[in-house]
Design a protein around this ligand. Sequence first.
Ligand SMILES: [Mg+2]
Length: 143
Amino acid sequence: MKKIKLLLVDDEKAFLDTITKRLEKRELDVSAVYSGKEALAEIEKNKAVEVIVLDVKMPEMDGIQTLIELKRKAPLVEVVMLTGHATVETAIDGMKLGAFDYLMKPCDIEVLIGKVKGAAAKKREHEEKITEARIKEITERRV
Ligand SMILES: [Mg+2]
């Protein structure tokens, strides 16, 4: 299976850098940015991103605003919300807005990887269905 392309978005630089290093050692292709604005720029630039782990609490653009914009720009990209105890409700709101799942901070690396893999599998399956539907449409048109 090809490496999962993951984008991490969190304003806590030290936390993000640590987690990025740990994830790079695994079968993941990781990039990291520190704000919602940068996340939006990154998905414009890097169309291969499959999964985004997105912090809920960030200055300027928060996680929910970022999620809405991300889903508008790249509807098939799967998002996992990253939250502290105080903002669990916001993470749940995120799921209503199309996030795949949420994770509590501080997060266990294995749990994080598990959710990222689940999200990537969902995205790949979704894209496969779209491809199949396109092929079907083309084939039926020819008959
Ligand atoms: Mg934060």
